[in-house]
Ligand binder design. Sequence first.
Ligand SMILES: [Zn+2]
Length: 253
Amino acid sequence: MSINNYIKDLLNIKDKNIVIDTENIIVKKIKYIDTKFIYGKSTYNPKGCPCCGHVNESFNIIKYGSKTCKIKLPSISNIPTILFLKKQRFLCKECGSTFSAKTDIVSEFSNISNDVKRKIAIDLTKISSFKSIAESNDVSPNTIFRVFKEWNKSFKQDFSYLPPILSIDEFKPDEFGEIYNKIKTAISTAIKHLEKIKNTLNTNYNNGKIEGINNKIKVIKRVSYGYRSFDNFRLRVFLCFYHKKIYGLSPKT
Ligand SMILES: [Zn+2]
């Protein structure tokens, strides 16, 4: 295996078109923090033009300079790592459009590698604030929020069949007079079924699991000092409870 392939293997770069400059891996300071700089290039012969669909034959798609992209990779030994990837640009002589070499290590219009996004998604399943996740991944809280929102489609559920009020927990009588009446009804119902409730207490069945879930949801809310948007709060709860879905998976598109 060549040094290039060894380094790519360590960096988990599977794109065969990327070649790493093995003699130019350096450490520089960015805002007083040591940062690893890795340089590489990506080039290949495209099969066709993505704009007009013309097949690449008889030199109708030619190389047309290059563009360097700054891609954030996962930290190496806790040192933030950036890949400066020189992407080949191509010119289609048929339609006159230009396009860049594609790579699967990063999404289009993004400078955060998919591996970093996966790490952020895993961190989002743990109970910690966006700010602390941002700090541990050396990215801004806005980046965390963008990755977080990418999971929205994965947890789309239809709640239209549910009643407007799910529970009477946490309502105060002076705020909701109607709810107060419902509580009174609930109490009279409890007295009516007292014998059955006693039986429930005498058996092994309990609602510990649901109370545990309820408590965890409250902790999720507390570590982030509350959520302004209910949709975001719901998505975070799903991410924390369905974390097995996330390991090794990317958001559904
Ligand atoms: Zn074209």
